[in-house]
Design a protein around this ligand. Sequence first.
Ligand SMILES: Nc1ncnc2c1ncn2[C@@H]1O[C@H](COP(=O)(O)OP(=O)(O)OP(=O)(O)O)[C@@H](O)[C@H]1O
Ligand SMILES: [Mg+2]
Length: 255
Amino acid sequence: MTDENVLRVQGISKSFGGVTAVDNVSLAVKRGSITGLIGPNGSGKSTLFNLISGAEKKNPGGSIEFEGRAIDGLPPHRRSALGLGRTFQTPRLFTGMTVLENTMLAPRGQKGERPFVAPFRKRWEGQEIELAKKAQEQMTRLEIDKLYGKLTSEISGGQMKLAQLSTALMEDPKMLLLDEPTAGVAPRLAQDIFQSITDERQQKGTTFFIIEHRLEVLFKHVDTVFVMHQGRIIAEGRPESIVKDKKLIDAYLGS
Ligand SMILES: Nc1ncnc2c1ncn2[C@@H]1O[C@H](COP(=O)(O)OP(=O)(O)OP(=O)(O)O)[C@@H](O)[C@H]1O
Ligand SMILES: [Mg+2]
């Protein structure tokens, strides 16, 4: 069976003590789409991404399928090896390393990382150069190429978001979950980030699922938007219909 949906979530929930952060959510994300996830603060968006990526364990019941395969039982690194990448709302980069080193750490299956191959420098040298080139290209597109030699502890929050996006793209994921990719970056750069996302989708067919508070930027680039409120998905549709949806307006103004 070929399925146009790359991700399918069916009836999943997550409680923290008495708080139901994600409440019986079902949704599907189309392969090759740029899909948005919006909602007021605390509505459960990041928690939903954590359940999908495996950072948090869902309550018993429901299912998460990626490329037609149940992934709920897999640890995060196995999900990422299947091509399901993510970035965090608060960037997580390795400290004591440069931006370039961080970006190059990501790709899986690097020959140099295997203990038996590492000593034979010639075998992996070419691959490292290729990766460095790719990292450089990626960083140039996101306008952080001048930062490549800087330590990750020396860059701003917005620059960290960009470095994290760059790192995530290096893995050539099939699907990337981005948690507020433009938080803390200048408005013009926010547009550029979304342009890079659109280009990436165009070139590689990558599916993007994006949490974003800057609706004016998001809505220019997405195909579909899900609206979350108090742990539930309350609306779904194209951005132009979503903006007219009373439930959305109530969720933002009424909570
Ligand atoms: N690890 C945790 N332990 C306890 N409660 C949590 C935890 N993570 C999230 N929550 C609670 O779950 C609810 C949803 O939080 P979540 O971070 O998913 O919201 P969000 O939509 O991403 O918000 P924001 O837009 O502010 O990032 C909130 O009430 C939050 O306090
Ligand atoms: Mg969040």
